[in-house]
Ligand binder design. Structure first.
Ligand code: HSE
Length: 309
């Protein structure tokens, strides 16, 4: 194979109560990346848009992943990566995760698929470490695997693919301000009360069970985050209003997507999700907050091949 173009989906990490351990992939938003074999060894990068992002491989999320992979395999060719971002950096929709996961997938293909999916997640985590200072896997795992994933442990890496209830649909609104994951992590409390931890892990277990049992009521009851959301919601314009509007419109639950500022809601069925997205829009419409929105199915495939030759 000389060249491959892929779609690398956006992801919603945390999924309310499951900070740093759960995420899911989104069908309607993502990056496009093309990988070419080139005669000169090493990695070259071209940013097709968002040219303010570094194109020096050592400083680029996709670049560090690709460099680590060729360092391991020492191919007798180089790789040129063209990146067309469909996800705003700093949006909370897994922008760095899409670049990192996409790079891991695309480079692996040109190398002849020597690495397993779990190894790809490990390489992609290097990109997350560059972007946020922490090698979290809750975006790159669903980006690569698709659907919902649970990262039980990052060391050793243990990723579990969770089932996607058939009707589960997502609404996303992205107020066009940038929140850097590093900053959104720095404001979090470093310790918590045991009683709050008990409530939180009850909800995480409930959410996982709800996905397995396709129990939308249980999913709704479990989408409560008493630890991270109350702190980070301060960074998001009109978060409380947005959440109330979304729940009134029939969503199962609503929380911050990744480290924000995007806000997501899960609904039973695309029709309800479309109503919920409209309710989100109403809160921001006419206010001084530019935004973009998506109503989407859950992406079940993860990174996908658009064409290759
Ligand atoms: N779990 C990470 C965080 C995701 O919330 O900081 C960042 O996209």
């Amino acid at each position: 194979m000389e060249k491959i173009t892929i779609f690398s989906p956006a992801t919603v990490a945390n999924v309310s109560c499951a900070f740093d351990i759960m995420g899911f992939a989104v069908e309607e938003a993502g990056d496009r990346m093309t990988f070419h074999k080139i005669p000169e060894k090493g990695i070259r990068l071209i940013m097709k848009n968002y040219r303010e992002l570094p194109s020096v491989p050592e400083k680029n999320v996709a670049g560090v992943v690709a460099l680590a992979m060729i360092e391991k395999r020492q191919p007798d060719f180089g790789i040129l990566i063209e990146i067309e971002k469909g996800i705003f950096p700093g949006s909370g929709m897994g922008s760095s995760g899409a670049s990192a996961g996409g790079a891991a997938f695309g480079v692996n293909q040109l190398l002849g698929n020597p690495f397993t999916n779990t190894e790809l997640v490990q390489f992609a985590m290097l990109g997350e470490a560059l972007a946020s200072g922490v090698a979290h896997a809750d975006n790159v795992a669903p980006n690569l695997f698709g659907g919902f994933t649970l990262v039980r442990s990052t060391n050793p890496l243990d990723v579990i693919a969770l089932p996607v209830p058939r009707k589960l649909s997502v609404s996303l609104i992205h107020p066009l301000i940038e929140v850097k994951t590093k900053n959104a992590r720095n404001i979090l409390k470093k310790s918590l009360l045991l009683k709050d931890a008990v409530t939180q892990w009850g909800n995480v277990a409930g959410l996982v069970s709800g996905l397995f049992m396709e129990d939308y009521g249980l999913i709704a009851r479990s989408m409560q985050d008493g630890i991270v959301e109350p702190v980070r919601s301060m960074l998001i314009p009109m978060f409380d209003k947005l959440k109330q509007a979304v729940l009134n419109a029939g969503a199962l639950g609503c929380s911050i997507s990744g480290s924000g500022p995007s806000v997501f809601a899960l609904s039973e069925g695309m029709e309800t999700a479309a109503v919920v997205t409209k309710a989100m829009e109403k809160v921001y419409a006419g206010k001084d907050v530019p935004y973009e929105m998506f109503t989407s199915a859950i992406n079940k495939q993860g990174v996908s091949v658009l064409n290759k030759k």
